[in-house]
Design a protein around this ligand. Structure first.
Ligand SMILES: Nc1ncnc2c1ncn2[C@@H]1O[C@H](COP(=O)(O)OP(=O)(O)OP(=O)(O)O)[C@@H](O)[C@H]1O
Length: 658
């Protein structure tokens, strides 16, 4: 049996005895602060700056608990029994067990790591426990999951919201800074009686603990905008979740992308959170021996099954007892991973591994402990309501528009260029001879093209807003930052501001150059209303498409072409086949076009023959001057309907999550 034992690697030179020395060295690290400040690239420059704000300043009003992210909290114990995840077989592939009868627990006040070789089922287990996987045509999820001994359905949004989840991919707003991201999370998720000053102090404390003070005001960044480093981004994601003092914390590979010291510090922060009463569960790939020894509990996965489960400090004795002693001067994490990969399941079973799978159903009572009721939680009072959520989201949106100014700027430039181009092409079309019907048709074309241009511009931008922001929205919605309604309200407000600017620019450039004679304000409001409804339609399509941006792109002609065809410009409405012409009533452009056509042509000339030609233009679009109020009302109703549908669709897809 000894012959199967993997050989020590040259690079590994730690043993289990050095937990204390590791902790000591942590506190004695030259960069270490009173709060074990993690080292960032910039720490080496200025130690004082790294220490951040005066710690004493955190103690306000004698209530340090409210501003301490590591204050004691109500604990929760999570236990699970017979968890199965099966890839359903089809005629092309066999059924595959991804998780096979997995049992276990996350004890309160402990950090628990799920470890295993690649493909062992770590992420799958974490996702099932966090309710991020549910049965579908492809996958079958079974099992019994309890929080504080109470059976729960983890896919239920209310259960998911009890669990702080830090995903592997950091879905943070690219233009926010770590300070803003953490403060935003705190303001929306903590009770409304926590003051702004307390939130600021809590944020500073979190930044300090996570070693983010030096990059606190640098934008997070992303693929296209350079921002903080990957490790700093990861720590920001951790801070965003920990700032609410959750009772259960899940993290998917929190140390991936971090250097060894930052990884150790991240684990140290997680230990602090655990000591404050939380149950902490995270996946980890192949930790260094220092990190491994800083973990309390281990769940070792092997081909979808639990090979070993227990306290890390008990592991050497347990493995020794089963005939696989961990050699001295060998990274235990490397050893167990190598063992899982090189020794067959049958042999490991014979040796006595995989015992935790045979826990009987009554073991629950032994595993589940009553929750500890400790100090008053900062989430006792309800979090801010819809109005505050919408306001904060709107302000974040404005910040985003300001910082990512290229997008805002490009919309202004597009409107200006399109406006100039149309203005030059349709120069003085409004002053045309009213007795010439062909020239009048161009005049009508000038009015229609304003709407067509705005429709294309608006559709392009609005359709991708939701798919683009979907990862951030899903993370924030599932972690109880805000309601879908607040998200939509903030969006439509920000969009209304930008659209108003765009329409104003375009219309200012075409109104006088084209020589339009209707009132500017009517043309502006009609084009603005049309643009908003178009945006609402595009957002709805974006919500329906979900992650599938390609589908949204393919849907665009379906929205654009009918609008133009039914506008009455290419084909007079009374010439349309009757079985098809009813579709015009669904086209937004029809209503705005009629408002503008009435505005331009209702009183176009004092000469009866010329006015008759203008009346023909009105008739071609099936407009009726007496129905203008109705056209406005339809536009408003369409806007409300599309927005409501978008909220329903988005909420439904957000509740399903993945
Ligand atoms: N939705 C799915 N469809 C098909 N196979 C899946 C699905 N989810 C997981 N698997 C398979 O289940 C196994 C376990 O995957 P999982 O991602 O949980 O492994 P892991 O231990 O987290 O691996 P890694 O460390 O490489 O991320 C893999 O073989 C994976 O291909």
């Amino acid at each position: 049996m000894q012959g199967n034992t993997p050989q020590p690697s040259a690079s590994s030179s730690y043993s289990f005895d050095n937990i204390e020395s590791m902790e000591t060295s942590l506190h004695e690290h030259p960069m270490g602060s009173k709060y074990d400040l993690p080292v960032t690239s910039s720490d080496v420059v200025d130690t004082d700056a790294a220490v951040g704000p005066d710690i004493e300043s955190f103690e306000v009003d004698g209530d340090t608990n409210r501003i301490n992210p590591f204050a004691l909290r109500d604990s929760r114990t999570l236990t699970w029994r017979n968890v199965h995840l099966t890839l359903v077989g089809t005629k092309y592939r066999e059924e595959k067990k991804i998780l096979d009868s997995v049992c276990g627990e996350i004890p309160e006040r402990k950090t628990t790591a799920i470890m295993g070789a690649s493909g062992a089922g770590k992420t799958s287990l974490l996702n099932v426990l966090a309710g991020r996987l549910q049965s579908s045509r492809e996958l079958r999820v079974e099992g019994e999951i309890r929080i504080n001994n109470e059976l729960v359905e983890p896919t239920d949004i209310n259960v998911r919201r009890q669990i702080a989840f830090v995903a592997q991919d950091d879905s943070l707003q690219v233009t926010a800074t770590p300070r803003e991201a953490i403060r935003f999370s705190a303001r929306l998720r903590l009770s409304r009686d926590v003051s702004k000053i307390e939130i600021d102090q809590l944020t500073e404390r979190m930044l300090l603990e996570l070693g983010l003070t030096d990059c606190a005001d640098t934008i997070v960044g992303g693929a296209l905008i350079k921002g903080i480093s990957g490790g700093e981004r990861k720590r920001t994601s951790v801070g965003v979740e920990l700032v609410t003092r959750p009772g259960v914390v899940f993290l998917d590979e929190p140390t991936s992308g971090l250097d060894s010291y930052s990884s150790l510090q991240c684990c140290n922060v997680l230990r602090k959170v655990a000591q404050a009463g939380a149950s902490v569960l995270f996946t980890i790939h192949q930790p260094s021996s220092e990190i491994f020894e800083s973990i309390d509990q281990l769940i070792l996965m092997n081909k979808g099954r639990v090979m070993f489960q227990g306290a890390v400090k008990d592991m050497p004795a347990a493995f020794g007892k089963l005939g696989y002693p961990i050699p001295n001067n060998y990274n235990p994490a490397d050893f167990v991973i190598d063992l899982a990969q090189t020794v067959s399941i049958t042999e490991l079973e014979k040796a006595g591994f995989f015992q935790s799978e045979s826990l009987d159903g009554n073991k629950d009572d032994g595993l589940c402990r009553n929750s500890l009721s400790t100090e008053t939680s900062v989430v006792d009072a309800p979090p801010p309501g819809i109005a505050t959520q919408s306001r904060l989201l709107f302000l974040r949106e404005l910040h985003h528009m300001h910082r990512d100014w290229t997008v805002t700027f490009s919309r202004v430039v597009v409107s200006s260029v399109v406006g100039l181009f149309l203005g030059m092409l349709f120069l003085d079309v409004g002053d045309t001879d009213r007795s010439d019907r062909i020239l009048l048709q161009s005049y009508l074309g000038g009015v229609m093209i304003i709407l067509c241009a705005m429709m294309i511009v608006q559709m392009q931008v609005s359709m991708f807003v939701i798919p683009d922001e979907r990862p951030i929205f899903l993370r924030e919605f599932s972690t109880n930052h805000y309601a879908v309604l607040s998200y939509m309200v903030s969006h439509l407000l920000a969009e209304a501001v930008l659209t108003a600017v765009q329409v104003f620019i375009l219309l200012s450039l075409v109104y006088w150059t084209m020589g339009l004679s209707g009132r500017f304000v009517v043309h502006f409001l009609s084009t603005f209303a049309f643009s908003l409804v178009t945006a609402a339609q595009a957002v709805l399509v974006g919500c329906l498409a979900g992650n599938n941006v390609k589908l949204a792109i393919q849907m665009q002609p379906l929205l654009i072409v009918p609008q133009m065809l039914f506008s009455g410009f290419f084909l007079p409405t009374d010439m349309m086949p009757s079985w098809l012409s009813w579709l015009q009533h669904l086209c937004t452009m029809v209503y705005s076009a009629r408002i503008m056509v009435v505005e331009e042509f209702e009183h176009c000339s004092d000469i009866p023959a010329e006015q008759a030609n203008c009346d023909d233009m009105i008739r071609a679009t099936a407009a009726d001057p007496n129905d203008v109020w109705w056209y406005w009302l339809v536009l408003v109703m369409m806007y409300v309907v599309y927005r409501t549908l978008a909220i329903v669709v988005l909420r439904k897809s957000a509740l399903r999550f993945y």
